[in-house]
Design a protein around this ligand. Structure first.
Ligand code: GAL
Length: 387
C-alpha cells in the first residue's frame, strides 16, 4: 500500500515542483522586458536579432518626429542594412534604456536626436564604449566627447528667417513683440533664438518693436550678441518647452497682463509649428488683438493648412528627406569601413564635432505650393483651399 501510496506521494510532490518551475519563468520574461520604454519599429528584413543601425528620436507626441520616422522608413526600405527606430517619449531614462537595448541588438552605428542634449551624454558614452559610432541627429548631444558626427539644419538661419519675416511683414513703430522659445534642454532652442535676436535686436533698439513679454529681453535690448547665459535668462522667461499646452498657458498669461498698448496689431516669434498653432489660437481669441504675424518651423501638415487658411503666417521648411539621407549616408559609409564626409564642425562644449549642415526655406502662402507640393514633400490632396 505504502509503496503505492509512496509512489503517488512522489508523483504529487513531483507535479507540484514542476508547476512551481513553470511559474518562475513567466516572471523572468516580464522583468527582462523592462516596462515602459517605447515599442520600436524594426524593418521586416532582419532575419536574426542583430541590427546594423539604431535610431533614437525624441518623441512620438510631436508630428515633427513622426515625419522623421516615416522618412527613415522610406529611406531604408530598399537598404540591405537593418535598422530599428525607438522613441524616448520625452524621458532621458527611456533614452538610455533604448540605447542599451540597441547595443544588445549589436548595432555598429547609433543615430540619435537627444531629448536633453546634456543628459544624452550618458547614452552616447555607453554606445561609444562599445566601439559604436555616434551620429547626433538634428539636435546636438552636448558636453561629451562620445559624439563622432552631427547632421543638422542651419538652426541659426531658422531663427534669422523667423525674425526677418516679422520685420518684413509688419509696418510702423512701437509694434508689440511677443517672444517665445523652445526647451532650454535642447541646444537648438538657443541657436533658433540667437538667430532671431541677431535681426530683431536692432529693431527693438530703434523702437520698431516693443518687447511685450520678457523683462530679460528688454534689459538686454541694446546688446546684439548675447552670451549663452544671457540667452538662458530670456529662454527661462519665454520657453514653451516645445509643449503646445505650455505655450497656450504662457500666451494667456502674457495677454492677460498686457495693457491695450501691447495689443492691436502685434508680432509673435513662435519657435516651431506645434507651439505656433496653439499661440495663434490664443491670440486670435483675444478681441483686443486686431491682427498678428506669427512664425513657425517644421512645415507640419496642420500648420501648412493654417498658413493656407491665414491663421499662421509662415513656417521654416526643413526638408527632413535631406537630413535622413545625410544621416543614413554617413551610417552606410561607416558600415562600409570609411570616414564620412563633413562640411564643418560644431563645438558641443567638449569637442568639435564634424558636421553636415543643410539649408532651410521660408514658406508662406506665396510659395507653399512650390516648396511643399511641387517638391513632392506633400500631396495637394492632403490640404483644402490650395489654388
Ligand atoms: C528642435 C527641432 C525642431 C522642433 C523642436 C521640437 O530641436 O530642430 O525642428 O521640432 O525640436 O521638437
Amino acid at each position: 500500500m505504502l509503496k503505492r501510496s509512496k509512489f503517488l506521494w512522489v508523483l504529487l510532490v513531483g507535479a507540484l515542483f514542476f508547476s512551481l518551475l513553470v511559474g518562475c519563468s513567466d516572471t523572468q520574461t516580464d522583468e527582462g522586458s523592462g516596462g515602459d520604454s517605447d515599442e520600436g519599429t524594426s524593418d521586416e528584413g532582419s532575419s536574426d536579432d542583430a541590427i546594423d543601425v539604431g535610431i533614437i528620436l525624441p518623441t512620438r507626441d510631436e508630428p515633427r518626429w513622426v515625419q522623421d520616422e516615416q522618412r527613415f522608413r522610406d529611406a531604408i526600405a530598399d537598404s540591405d542594412y537593418t535598422t530599428e527606430i525607438l522613441f524616448s517619449q520625452g524621458s532621458s531614462a527611456n533614452e538610455l534604456q533604448n540605447v542599451e537595448t540597441l547595443i544588445s541588438r549589436g548595432i555598429d552605428v547609433l543615430i540619435m536626436s537627444p531629448h536633453d542634449g546634456d543628459a544624452a551624454g550618458a547614452a552616447a558614452k555607453a554606445a561609444s564604449m562599445e566601439g559604436i559610432k555616434v551620429i547626433s541627429y538634428d539636435r546636438l548631444i552636448t558636453n561629451t566627447d562620445a559624439v563622432d558626427y552631427y547632421v543638422t539644419f542651419d538652426s541659426f538661419a531658422v531663427g534669422e528667417a523667423q525674425g526677418q519675416y516679422l520685420i518684413d511683414n509688419t509696418d510702423g513703430s512701437g509694434i508689440p513683440l511677443y517672444l517665445y522659445a523652445g526647451a532650454s534642454s535642447d541646444n537648438n532652442a538657443f541657436l533658433f533664438f540667437e538667430g532671431a535676436w541677431s535681426v530683431l535686436q536692432p529693431k527693438i533698439a530703434d523702437g520698431t518693436f516693443v518687447v511685450a513679454n520678457s523683462s530679460a529681453a528688454e534689459e538686454l535690448s541694446s546688446k546684439n550678441e548675447l552670451t549663452r547665459d544671457e540667452l538662458g535668462q530670456i529662454l527661462n522667461q519665454v520657453t514653451t518647452n516645445w509643449d503646445p499646452n505650455e505655450a497656450i498657458n504662457k500666451a494667456q498669461t502674457h495677454l492677460t497682463s498686457a495693457g491695450a498698448e501691447l495689443k492691436g496689431d502685434v508680432a509673435v516669434l513662435a519657435p516651431n509649428d506645434g507651439t505656433a498653432r496653439s499661440i495663434a489660437d490664443t491670440f486670435s481669441s483675444d478681441s483686443e488683438v486686431t491682427s498678428y504675424v506669427i512664425t513657425g518651423q517644421d512645415a507640419e501638415k496642420a500648420s501648412i493648412q493654417y498658413i493656407i487658411d491665414g491663421k499662421q503666417s509662415m513656417t521654416v521648411f526643413k526638408d527632413v528627406r535631406r537630413l535622413v539621407e545625410d544621416a543614413m549616408g554617413m551610417a552606410i559609409t561607416i558600415l562600409d569601413g570609411s570616414d564620412p564626409e563633413t562640411t564643418g564642425s560644431y563645438d558641443n562644449g567638449s569637442v568639435d564635432v564634424p558636421a553636415l549642415q543643410s539649408e532651410v526655406i521660408t514658406v508662406d502662402q506665396a510659395n507653399v505650393e512650390a516648396e511643399l507640393i511641387e517638391s513632392g514633400y506633400y500631396e495637394a490632396s492632403e490640404f483644402t483651399g490650395l489654388e
